[in-house]
Ligand binder design. Structure first.
Ligand SMILES: [Mg+2]
Length: 246
């Protein structure tokens, strides 16, 4: 019986979203360019613009968002822009400018965060033979806005956002939630993602059949890192892995 069940093969694919299915990093660059254009049209000194944007990005990278503190993610990120303007220029900025920077950045990022036609058709093909799950870390509002912008509906049997749960990837609990909600077993699934510390580590902890690392920059594995079962430069190479797992 055990052998029969083991021979069933992969029936389900769990995907990460950011920088796996959508080019979040690329969308972020385009969004920052838009804010630079906006700032050029204001009284802000041109020599300050790059520093303001770099300062915002640093704050974004080190952001720790706790919804229980009573602020929305929009408010927190408007404040990042306010502080970036303030710290770079050494004066208190117009709060309206910080708000304008934020919504320009956010709107542009969401507009360009779509599945490429190639990724969309890959998912449409895969869903004929596999149960597709989307498992993304991040805060609830930001991630659901991205999911809506990428028009994910209909492509996935299950969409899970880390911020909606007590623990995010790589925690075992969020993977267990996925398996139970989708009615699949860990050994039926592969985990596909660009982050070694969350996607690959999480997949290994959860006991999935195989982990697939999306390594678009062709980086070498950092010392002491977990080792993915497969490494591909793009999600568009996933069929090569699936063939090997048959
Ligand atoms: Mg990612």
């Amino acid at each position: 019986m055990w052998n029969i069940m083991e021979s069933r093969g992969v029936s389900s694919i769990i995907f990460d979203l950011d920088n796996t299915l959508v080019d979040t990093a690329g969308a972020g660059l385009i969004a920052i360019q838009k804010v630079c254009e906006l700032l050029k049209s204001t009284h802000v000194q041109e020599s300050h613009i790059k520093d303001i944007c770099d300062c915002f990005l640093r704050k974004l990278r080190h952001e720790s968002f706790d919804p229980s503190e009573g602020k929305t993610i929009d408010e927190v990120r408007i404040h990042h822009w306010y502080e970036a303007l303030q710290e770079t220029q050494g004066t208190d900025p117009d709060p309206a400018l910080a708000t304008n920077c934020y919504y320009t950045w956010k709107k542009t990022r969401l507009q360009v965060l779509t599945f490429s036609p190639e990724v969309r058709s890959l998912l449409e093909e895969l869903r004929k033979n596999y149960k597709l799950l989307l498992l993304t870390n991040g805060d609830t509002q930001t991630q659901w806005e991205k999911i809506e912008a990428a028009r994910c509906e209909g492509l996935f049997s299950l969409v899970v956002v880390g911020g909606d749960h007590p623990e995010q990837k790589p925690a075992h609990s969020i993977f267990t939630h996925c398996f139970e909600s989708a009615g699949v077993r860990p050994q039926d699934c592969i985990m596909v993602g660009d982050s070694l510390s969350t996607d690959i580590q999480g997949g290994i902890n959860a006991g999935v059949r195989a982990t697939v690392w999306i390594n678009s920059d062709c980086k070498s594995l950092p010392q002491g890192s977990v080792t993915p079962d497969y490494t591909v430069p793009s999600v568009l190479n996933l069929n090569d892995v699936l063939l090997k797992l048959r």
